[in-house]
Design a protein around this ligand. Structure first.
Ligand code: TXA
Ligand code: MG
Length: 317
């Protein structure tokens, strides 16, 4: 495994080549790190499932270099989906569309739809472009963590989570810390109007400013993170409760640390709250802390996505 490689032009070229040859490449995006494989190669995608310990019926997002490649993977694309793509790509938004023939069952988990995204990260985009140059069409990539665990927001977190599952020919490209730190907004584009399946940094207000949004939170469409025990660290996560001595504490800077608690981070605003959250969870696990107390942020803007992840990671007894 080529661990923690600097994303030089040469390394990105070699990593793109490795993808074409059926190997895996973990790479940074603006949201979280992805574990990538050639979306047209069933053996490569099987390796992703094995490395993550992921159930086979969970679909994987296909990453493309620009919306011009959308028609490779999706058909009957509604006009509003093009509007969203135009407005928010490259960026932290995944569109769920009717799949093309190329989007095989091993990508879509057997569903008739496919998730597609253009990430906004220089390393991801360079990798995708190099991959296109040598005949690749899309990089399928779930977050580069073990199934149900916290998404990695830096290369070291990737190596810790799945490094031991990768082979000599696989790569981890080190692009530093992810700017956003929580996973993309997932928007279903299968009805007359779009609706949000997973909130993210492209917020409801941002989407409503360009297209009409379906008011619908219930959906039959399977998407990960909707089950219990998702996005969870080893430590038990508690929301808006008072920690005891030795417990972990994560809150906006304006909240003082309760006596005896271990401050994990002091984000100054919602953006920092999102980008520091998963690393704080990882830090707590490394320190052997059993309980993490999080003061949940205001549920506006990005706070809605943060709260969604907190609600999923919280300890359920
Ligand atoms: O920000 C992100 O979205 C990151 C980066 C790497 O792009 N990726 C990510 O992938 O979070 P993943 O697999 O950990 O979570 C994406 C979720 C999946 O759980 C999957 O269920 C859902 O997107 N998804 C993918 N294709 C879908 C589809 N056709 N229909 C419904 N949900 C889908
Ligand atoms: Mg994930």
């Amino acid at each position: 495994m080529k661990v923690l490689s600097t994303p030089s032009k040469q390394n990105i070229k070699s990593a793109a080549r490795a993808l074409i040859e059926g190997h895996l490449v973990a790479f940074p995006t603006e949201t979280v790190y992805g574990l990538g494989g050639n979306a047209e190669n069933v053996q490569a995608i099987e390796k992703i499932y094995v490395a993550k310990g992921r159930p086979i019926n969970h679909p994987i997002i296909v990453h493309i270099s620009s919306s011009t490649h959308l028609s490779d993977w999706a058909i009957t694309i509604p006009e509003y989906a093009f509007t969203l793509a135009e407005k928010f790509w490259p960026g932290p938004m995944t569109l769920i569309l009717e799949r093309s023939e190329k989007a095989d069952d091993f990508i879509t988990g057997g569903q008739k739809t496919v998730g597609v995204r253009v990430p906004n990260h220089i390393v991801a985009l360079d990798l995708l472009r190099e991959f296109n140059e040598i005949g690749g069409r899309g990089i399928a990539a779930p977050s580069a963590n073990l199934f149900g665990k916290v998404s990695p927001t830096n290369a070291e977190a990737v190596a810790d989570a799945i490094g031991s599952k990768l082979s000599e020919q696989d790569w981890i490209l080190d692009g530093g810390n992810c700017k956003i730190g929580i996973e993309s907004t997932i928007v279903s584009c299968l009805s007359a109007k779009p609706y949000i399946l997973r909130p993210g940094a492209v917020t409801e207000e941002m989407i409503k400013a360009v297209v009409q949004l379906e008011v619908n939170t219930e959906t039959e469409v399977k998407h990960s993170g909707s089950g219990d025990n998702h996005y969870a660290p080893i430590a038990q996560v508690f929301l808006d409760e008072i920690p005891n001595i030795g417990d972990g504490f994560f809150a906006l800077r304006e909240f003082p640390t309760p006596l005896g608690a271990v401050r994990l981070a002091s984000p100054k605003n919602l953006n920092d709250f999102a980008s520091e959250l998963y690393e704080a969870f990882r830090l707590a696990d490394k320190k052997g802390i059993d309980k993490i107390f999080v003061m949940s942020p205001p549920r506006i803007g990005l706070g809605i996505a943060i709260y969604d992840r907190l609600a999923k990671s919280r300890y359920k007894n």
